[in-house]
Ligand binder design. Structure first.
Ligand code: OAD
Length: 239
């Protein structure tokens, strides 16, 4: 691992684990038996374009509930620590999040890339414009731009291309340090970023509650709660 003083460009990947202590369920039930977001539904039913075509009401209702729920949640110390790092880090930095909540932004982070979309956007499949959205979609409201009643959640479903991949691979190509926080390493392409980073010569650090599917790829893994590990690591790197 490099000396901390040699690190200039940082890529941070976050997953559901960073929002768990804010009360948002993770996707996969943990080894410790935590709740799972999909528990009530099959992933194919609520997180694929085919599921949406088959039963749009079920899918819109599911995301309406999620959209309403995240608006009642608050950022936790891990989100605030990353926002502080973002504000104070003089080099390149990007927080690539797989999360569709807005807790990084509400904590004050600016350099955030939502590779799996955002709950608080609606995407019009007629005019292809994404509009800020906090209300429900089940009543098929009109798109604020083109008035078509073809708004869907702006969430990347299985079988769809994640957002910002060119920018992500460019950032991985120049980073000195890749840090993964609260993600199980089960879903590609995000699960492959650590390998890209290693191959391109970056140091890699994982902060997670338990060992993940990708742990063996990292130079270092620290196990514990994000609300404790992330502020401690940010303190270290800003020294
Ligand atoms: P997962 O639910 O797969 O994994 C969450 C990880 O966070 C697990 O490894 C937990 O051990 C860890 N964790 C839980 N609580 C934690 C805490 N308090 N502190 C630190 N770590 C904790 O969620 P993701 O890896 O984000 O994609 O899932 C990746 C993608 O799978 C999601 O973005 C979503 C889903 O399908 C799409 O919907 C496209």
């Amino acid at each position: 691992m490099r000396d901390m003083s040699d690190i200039r460009n940082i890529v941070i990947l976050t997953g559901a684990g960073i929002s768990a202590e804010s009360g948002i369920d993770t996707f996969r039930a943990g080894a410790n038996g935590g709740p799972s977001l999909w528990e009530q539904h099959r992933v194919e039913d609520v997180a694929t374009p085919e599921g949406f075509a088959r039963d749009p009401e079920l899918v819109l209702r599911f995301y309406d509930m999620r959209r309403a729920a995240i608006q009642t949640k608050k950022p936790n110390p891990a989100h605030f620590a990353l926002a502080r790092l973002d504000a104070q880090w003089p080099g390149e930095l990007v927080i690539i999040t797989q999360n569709v909540d807005d807790l990084h932004e509400r904590a004050g982070a600016k350099r955030v890339l939502h590779m799996h979309g955002e709950h608080l956007n609606a995407w019009c499949t007629s005019c292809d414009v994404r509009s800020p959205w906090t209300a429900t979609l089940i009543e098929r409201p009109a798109c604020p731009v083109c008035a078509a009643r073809t708004l869907r959640p702006d969430v990347v479903w299985f079988g769809e291309m994640p957002y910002g991949m060119d920018a992500i691979y460019a950032a991985l190509g120049t980073c000195d340090l890749f840090v993964s926080i609260g993600t199980s390493g089960a879903v590609y392409p995000a699960a492959g970023f650590v390998q890209n980073a290693v191959e391109l010569g970056a140091d890699t650090l994982e902060l997670n509650l338990e060992r993940s599917q990708g742990s063996r790829m990292f130079h270092e893994t620290r196990l514990g709660r994000a609300s404790e590990l992330v502020p401690a690591w940010v303190e270290e790197i800003l020294m």
